[in-house]
Design a protein. Sequence first.
Length: 314
Amino acid sequence: MYEEEGRNYSKVIGYGIGQYYEKTKEELSKIVKLDFLCDRKWDQSDEEEYDGIALIKKKDLQDLENALLIIFAGTARNYKSIQRDLEGLNKVDYVHVDKVIGTNIFLNGKMLKDNYPDGMYEDRQNNKIRFDQSLSDQLTVLFQGSDNTLHIGKDVSVGKLHIKFGNNGFCSIGENTEITGAGFHVSNARIRIGKDCLLGAQIVLRTHDAHHIFDLETHQRINYAKDVVVGDHVWIAYHATLLGGAGIGTGSVVGAGAITSSLFGDHVIIAGAPAKVIREKICWSKDDTAYFNRGRLEECIYQENTKYTECDNV
């Protein structure tokens, strides 16, 4: 017997058995025991059992009384596909596994400020967020796993920022940083962004690749997650991508469309795909060239660079 939203179910079936089932089955087993597994791949099969659990065909689900399907779908596309599979099964209720085990937690800046006025969020999956009440409403966070931490400094300005965590990720954004539009993907490594940085639109930072890559001869993994580290007062221009292993030194500029997983020093401009240094010994100001045509650094309104270096001595 299992209770979901006030209703008791006598049979519980896992539906859609693939990667997301393997990812979540251990956590689910702490909450409920599955009586059957069901998937379209077994519709024409004679197999009777998988993972020690009896199989049932979709056509037989309608005959079960008081049954609940727990759907294992890692993407919205897969979930909609399974929903189409279930059309016509009017007597069978279903729920996504994330709801049962309390994962895939979505939060935004307004929710965090309204519900956690002390600036500290923590859930049962050991995901944590530490933030200042200056937090932007335009921040969105998705926790898909556990043991993740997000630190956001004071007066971080955001047009649009989505941070997606897997497992064991860490992300920090320093105070007074401005982000026009960016997506961060953090799992099994860290993203660190310093103070007074400027990120343009369509920026991507990733600690990990989307899938596993192996050496063909040794079968050993070759693309483990790596940190992405951005120093203080760094300008990352439109559509740049920083991949696992990337490091950008203090006072540097990343050109539009640049892609890199390499380490670079302080006060350089990097550009290209893959990116390389195209100018050394530079500093920059947030003065907008659409408004002004400054000839010398001393004429600029914004002088953040002086916090980190005396430009004449770079």
